[in-house]
Design a protein around this ligand. Structure first.
Ligand SMILES: [Mn+2]
Length: 314
Protein backbone atom coordinates (compact mmCIF):
# COMPACT_ATOMS: atom_id res chain seq x y z
CA UNK A 1 0.00 0.00 0.00
CA UNK A 2 1.29 3.42 -0.89
CA UNK A 3 0.73 6.13 1.67
CA UNK A 4 0.93 8.80 -1.00
CA UNK A 5 0.87 8.73 -4.80
CA UNK A 6 4.14 10.57 -5.20
CA UNK A 7 6.84 11.76 -2.80
CA UNK A 8 5.85 15.20 -1.45
CA UNK A 9 3.05 15.34 -4.00
CA UNK A 10 5.53 16.11 -6.80
CA UNK A 11 4.17 16.09 -10.37
CA UNK A 12 3.97 12.64 -11.97
CA UNK A 13 6.56 13.58 -14.60
CA UNK A 14 9.20 13.70 -11.82
CA UNK A 15 7.99 10.56 -10.07
CA UNK A 16 8.39 7.87 -12.72
CA UNK A 17 10.94 5.13 -12.13
CA UNK A 18 12.51 5.33 -15.61
CA UNK A 19 13.42 9.00 -15.34
CA UNK A 20 13.99 9.29 -11.59
CA UNK A 21 17.56 9.39 -10.28
CA UNK A 22 16.37 8.94 -6.72
CA UNK A 23 14.40 6.04 -5.24
CA UNK A 24 12.66 6.25 -1.86
CA UNK A 25 11.76 2.98 -0.11
CA UNK A 26 9.42 3.27 2.90
CA UNK A 27 9.89 0.54 5.52
CA UNK A 28 7.19 0.84 8.21
CA UNK A 29 8.65 -1.80 10.52
CA UNK A 30 8.45 -1.77 14.32
CA UNK A 31 8.85 -5.40 15.31
CA UNK A 32 11.69 -5.23 17.85
CA UNK A 33 11.51 -1.82 19.54
CA UNK A 34 11.89 -2.07 23.28
CA UNK A 35 10.41 1.14 24.65
CA UNK A 36 8.52 3.78 22.65
CA UNK A 37 6.40 2.04 20.01
CA UNK A 38 5.15 3.54 16.77
CA UNK A 39 8.08 3.64 14.32
CA UNK A 40 5.81 1.76 11.91
CA UNK A 41 3.90 5.05 11.56
CA UNK A 42 7.12 6.90 10.65
CA UNK A 43 7.00 6.70 6.84
CA UNK A 44 3.38 7.89 6.62
CA UNK A 45 4.03 10.87 8.93
CA UNK A 46 7.22 11.70 7.04
CA UNK A 47 5.45 11.61 3.67
CA UNK A 48 2.58 13.71 4.97
CA UNK A 49 4.94 16.34 6.32
CA UNK A 50 6.89 16.27 3.04
CA UNK A 51 3.74 17.20 1.13
CA UNK A 52 3.51 20.38 3.19
CA UNK A 53 7.15 21.40 2.69
CA UNK A 54 8.54 23.93 0.17
CA UNK A 55 10.55 22.15 -2.51
CA UNK A 56 12.91 25.03 -3.28
CA UNK A 57 16.04 24.81 -1.11
CA UNK A 58 17.23 28.32 -0.27
CA UNK A 59 20.77 27.36 0.77
CA UNK A 60 21.71 25.52 -2.44
CA UNK A 61 19.31 27.39 -4.72
CA UNK A 62 18.06 24.07 -6.08
CA UNK A 63 14.86 22.07 -6.53
CA UNK A 64 16.13 18.54 -5.92
CA UNK A 65 12.80 16.91 -6.78
CA UNK A 66 13.42 17.77 -10.43
CA UNK A 67 16.15 15.09 -10.43
CA UNK A 68 13.19 12.70 -10.16
CA UNK A 69 12.13 10.79 -7.04
CA UNK A 70 10.40 7.43 -7.37
CA UNK A 71 8.41 6.34 -4.32
CA UNK A 72 8.31 2.54 -4.13
CA UNK A 73 5.74 0.29 -2.54
CA UNK A 74 6.32 -0.12 1.18
CA UNK A 75 8.47 -3.03 2.31
CA UNK A 76 5.77 -4.58 4.50
CA UNK A 77 7.40 -7.92 5.34
CA UNK A 78 7.10 -8.39 9.10
CA UNK A 79 6.73 -12.14 9.65
CA UNK A 80 10.09 -12.09 11.47
CA UNK A 81 12.95 -9.58 11.93
CA UNK A 82 15.16 -11.76 9.71
CA UNK A 83 12.55 -11.89 6.92
CA UNK A 84 12.19 -8.09 7.11
CA UNK A 85 15.97 -7.63 6.82
CA UNK A 86 16.05 -9.98 3.81
CA UNK A 87 13.21 -8.05 2.14
CA UNK A 88 14.93 -4.69 2.71
CA UNK A 89 18.19 -6.13 1.41
CA UNK A 90 16.70 -7.49 -1.82
CA UNK A 91 14.56 -4.40 -2.49
CA UNK A 92 17.50 -2.06 -1.92
CA UNK A 93 19.79 -4.09 -4.14
CA UNK A 94 17.15 -4.26 -6.87
CA UNK A 95 17.11 -0.46 -7.17
CA UNK A 96 20.88 -0.01 -6.78
CA UNK A 97 21.26 -2.28 -9.80
CA UNK A 98 18.92 0.01 -11.71
CA UNK A 99 21.57 2.69 -11.19
CA UNK A 100 19.47 4.81 -8.82
CA UNK A 101 20.43 6.86 -5.76
CA UNK A 102 18.63 4.68 -3.22
CA UNK A 103 17.20 6.07 0.03
CA UNK A 104 15.06 4.45 2.71
CA UNK A 105 12.80 5.76 5.46
CA UNK A 106 12.04 3.60 8.53
CA UNK A 107 10.81 2.15 10.64
CA UNK A 108 13.10 1.22 13.45
CA UNK A 109 16.84 0.90 13.06
CA UNK A 110 16.94 -2.85 12.41
CA UNK A 111 15.93 -2.10 8.80
CA UNK A 112 19.46 -0.76 8.27
CA UNK A 113 20.95 -4.24 8.61
CA UNK A 114 19.36 -4.98 5.23
CA UNK A 115 20.16 -1.67 3.57
CA UNK A 116 23.80 -1.64 4.69
CA UNK A 117 24.27 -5.23 3.52
CA UNK A 118 22.94 -4.33 0.06
CA UNK A 119 25.18 -1.27 -0.30
CA UNK A 120 28.21 -3.16 0.95
CA UNK A 121 27.65 -5.83 -1.68
CA UNK A 122 27.46 -3.24 -4.45
CA UNK A 123 30.10 -0.62 -3.63
CA UNK A 124 33.83 -1.00 -3.26
CA UNK A 125 35.46 -0.16 0.06
CA UNK A 126 32.29 1.14 1.73
CA UNK A 127 32.24 3.37 4.80
CA UNK A 128 29.11 3.40 6.92
CA UNK A 129 28.57 6.74 8.62
CA UNK A 130 26.34 5.93 11.59
CA UNK A 131 24.76 9.00 13.17
CA UNK A 132 22.94 7.97 16.36
CA UNK A 133 22.66 8.45 20.12
CA UNK A 134 23.14 4.70 20.55
CA UNK A 135 26.06 2.47 19.64
CA UNK A 136 23.76 -0.32 18.31
CA UNK A 137 26.69 -2.76 18.27
CA UNK A 138 25.21 -5.71 20.15
CA UNK A 139 25.68 -9.06 18.43
CA UNK A 140 22.18 -10.08 19.54
CA UNK A 141 19.47 -8.67 21.78
CA UNK A 142 16.30 -10.26 23.16
CA UNK A 143 17.34 -13.44 21.36
CA UNK A 144 17.69 -11.89 17.90
CA UNK A 145 20.64 -10.66 15.83
CA UNK A 146 18.13 -8.52 13.92
CA UNK A 147 17.05 -6.33 16.84
CA UNK A 148 17.31 -2.52 16.56
CA UNK A 149 20.05 -2.68 19.23
CA UNK A 150 22.15 -4.68 16.73
CA UNK A 151 21.68 -2.32 13.77
CA UNK A 152 25.36 -1.82 12.95
CA UNK A 153 26.96 -4.96 14.41
CA UNK A 154 27.36 -6.46 10.95
CA UNK A 155 28.64 -3.14 9.61
CA UNK A 156 31.28 -3.09 12.38
CA UNK A 157 32.60 -6.41 11.09
CA UNK A 158 32.30 -5.88 7.33
CA UNK A 159 32.61 -2.17 6.56
CA UNK A 160 34.56 0.89 7.64
CA UNK A 161 32.11 1.97 10.37
CA UNK A 162 32.33 5.52 11.73
CA UNK A 163 29.99 6.33 14.63
CA UNK A 164 28.92 9.90 15.42
CA UNK A 165 26.85 11.38 18.25
CA UNK A 166 27.05 8.35 20.53
CA UNK A 167 25.96 8.91 24.15
CA UNK A 168 24.37 5.62 25.21
CA UNK A 169 25.80 2.11 25.16
CA UNK A 170 26.27 -1.08 27.15
CA UNK A 171 29.76 -2.00 28.34
CA UNK A 172 29.54 -5.26 26.35
CA UNK A 173 29.47 -3.23 23.14
CA UNK A 174 33.09 -2.13 23.73
CA UNK A 175 34.12 -5.52 22.28
CA UNK A 176 32.91 -4.40 18.87
CA UNK A 177 33.57 -0.66 19.11
CA UNK A 178 36.59 0.95 17.48
CA UNK A 179 37.08 3.97 19.71
CA UNK A 180 39.33 5.63 17.12
CA UNK A 181 36.33 5.68 14.80
CA UNK A 182 33.75 6.68 17.41
CA UNK A 183 32.71 10.26 18.11
CA UNK A 184 31.05 10.51 21.51
CA UNK A 185 28.66 13.41 22.02
CA UNK A 186 30.45 14.61 25.17
CA UNK A 187 33.72 14.91 23.23
CA UNK A 188 32.18 16.47 20.13
CA UNK A 189 30.77 19.37 22.14
CA UNK A 190 34.33 20.41 23.07
CA UNK A 191 36.00 19.73 19.74
CA UNK A 192 35.68 22.29 16.94
CA UNK A 193 37.36 19.91 14.49
CA UNK A 194 35.30 16.75 14.88
CA UNK A 195 33.78 17.03 11.41
CA UNK A 196 37.21 17.18 9.78
CA UNK A 197 38.29 14.15 11.79
CA UNK A 198 35.25 12.19 10.58
CA UNK A 199 35.97 13.15 6.97
CA UNK A 200 39.57 11.93 7.32
CA UNK A 201 38.36 8.50 8.50
CA UNK A 202 35.83 7.99 5.71
CA UNK A 203 36.69 6.17 2.48
CA UNK A 204 35.31 7.69 -0.72
CA UNK A 205 32.10 5.61 -0.93
CA UNK A 206 29.87 6.44 2.03
CA UNK A 207 26.47 5.15 3.11
CA UNK A 208 24.80 7.24 5.81
CA UNK A 209 22.46 5.65 8.35
CA UNK A 210 20.78 8.46 10.28
CA UNK A 211 18.89 7.61 13.47
CA UNK A 212 16.80 10.67 14.33
CA UNK A 213 17.56 10.21 18.05
CA UNK A 214 21.09 11.45 17.25
CA UNK A 215 19.49 14.88 17.26
CA UNK A 216 18.65 16.57 20.52
CA UNK A 217 15.23 15.52 21.88
CA UNK A 218 14.29 19.23 22.01
CA UNK A 219 14.29 18.99 18.19
CA UNK A 220 12.96 15.44 17.79
CA UNK A 221 10.86 14.40 20.79
CA UNK A 222 8.97 11.94 18.59
CA UNK A 223 11.44 9.05 18.66
CA UNK A 224 11.47 5.71 20.45
CA UNK A 225 14.40 6.28 22.82
CA UNK A 226 15.20 10.01 23.19
CA UNK A 227 18.58 10.79 24.78
CA UNK A 228 19.59 14.24 26.06
CA UNK A 229 22.62 16.05 24.69
CA UNK A 230 22.16 15.50 20.99
CA UNK A 231 23.19 17.22 17.79
CA UNK A 232 21.59 20.52 16.85
CA UNK A 233 20.13 21.44 13.48
CA UNK A 234 22.74 23.69 11.86
CA UNK A 235 25.78 21.77 13.07
CA UNK A 236 24.15 18.64 11.63
CA UNK A 237 23.51 20.32 8.29
CA UNK A 238 27.05 21.75 8.13
CA UNK A 239 28.44 18.30 8.80
CA UNK A 240 26.23 16.57 6.23
CA UNK A 241 27.04 19.21 3.62
CA UNK A 242 30.74 18.59 4.18
CA UNK A 243 30.29 14.83 3.81
CA UNK A 244 28.24 15.18 0.61
CA UNK A 245 30.73 17.68 -0.82
CA UNK A 246 33.91 15.77 -0.04
CA UNK A 247 32.77 12.14 -0.40
CA UNK A 248 30.74 10.02 -2.79
CA UNK A 249 27.61 9.40 -0.73
CA UNK A 250 26.04 6.35 -2.41
CA UNK A 251 22.78 6.28 -0.46
CA UNK A 252 21.24 6.81 2.97
CA UNK A 253 18.49 5.81 5.33
CA UNK A 254 16.68 7.75 8.04
CA UNK A 255 15.09 5.78 10.88
CA UNK A 256 13.26 5.92 14.22
CA UNK A 257 10.65 8.60 13.63
CA UNK A 258 7.96 7.60 16.10
CA UNK A 259 5.18 10.13 15.43
CA UNK A 260 2.62 11.27 17.97
CA UNK A 261 -0.47 13.47 17.84
CA UNK A 262 0.88 16.29 20.00
CA UNK A 263 4.12 17.08 18.21
CA UNK A 264 4.29 17.58 14.46
CA UNK A 265 7.66 19.34 14.41
CA UNK A 266 9.54 16.02 14.49
CA UNK A 267 7.73 14.88 11.35
CA UNK A 268 8.62 18.14 9.61
CA UNK A 269 12.23 17.94 10.74
CA UNK A 270 12.48 14.45 9.25
CA UNK A 271 10.96 15.68 5.99
CA UNK A 272 13.33 18.61 5.83
CA UNK A 273 16.39 16.53 6.76
CA UNK A 274 15.64 14.04 3.97
CA UNK A 275 15.22 16.81 1.40
CA UNK A 276 18.32 18.65 2.63
CA UNK A 277 20.38 15.51 2.07
CA UNK A 278 19.05 15.22 -1.48
CA UNK A 279 19.75 18.92 -2.04
CA UNK A 280 23.38 18.47 -0.94
CA UNK A 281 23.78 15.33 -3.05
CA UNK A 282 22.51 16.91 -6.25
CA UNK A 283 23.64 20.55 -5.82
CA UNK A 284 25.94 20.48 -8.84
CA UNK A 285 23.89 18.10 -10.94
CA UNK A 286 21.76 19.34 -13.81
CA UNK A 287 18.40 17.58 -13.81
CA UNK A 288 18.98 16.68 -17.48
CA UNK A 289 22.31 14.93 -16.76
CA UNK A 290 22.53 11.15 -16.72
CA UNK A 291 23.05 9.68 -13.25
CA UNK A 292 25.74 7.09 -12.60
CA UNK A 293 25.69 5.68 -9.08
CA UNK A 294 29.13 4.03 -9.61
CA UNK A 295 27.67 0.62 -8.80
CA UNK A 296 30.14 -1.99 -9.98
CA UNK A 297 28.60 -5.40 -10.60
CA UNK A 298 31.99 -7.03 -11.15
CA UNK A 299 33.62 -5.92 -7.93
CA UNK A 300 31.95 -7.98 -5.24
CA UNK A 301 31.48 -11.18 -7.23
CA UNK A 302 35.21 -11.17 -7.99
CA UNK A 303 36.22 -10.61 -4.41
CA UNK A 304 33.84 -13.29 -3.15
CA UNK A 305 35.28 -15.78 -5.64
CA UNK A 306 38.76 -14.83 -4.60
CA UNK A 307 37.98 -15.37 -0.91
CA UNK A 308 36.33 -18.67 -1.66
CA UNK A 309 39.41 -19.79 -3.57
CA UNK A 310 41.64 -18.86 -0.63
CA UNK A 311 39.43 -20.81 1.77
CA UNK A 312 39.53 -23.86 -0.50
CA UNK A 313 43.32 -23.68 -0.48
CA UNK A 314 43.30 -23.99 3.29
MN1 LIG B 1 19.31 5.29 18.38
Amino acid sequence: MKTSNTYAGIPAEFAQLEKAKIVLIPVPYDGTSTWGKGADKGPAAFLKASENMELYDIETGTEAYKQGIFLTEEVGEDSSPEAMVDAVHSTTKHFIKKNKFVTLFGGEHSISIGSIRAFNECFDNLSVLHIDAHADLRKSYNGSAFNHACAVHEASQKTNLIQVGIRSMDSSEKTYMDEDKTFFAHDMVNDAYWTDKVIDLLTDNVFITFDLDALDPSLVPATGTPEPGGLLWYETLDFLKQVFTEKNVVGFDIVELCPNNEDKSSDFLAAKLYYKMLSYKFTEEDSEDEYDNTYDASYKSNSVNHMKFDEDED
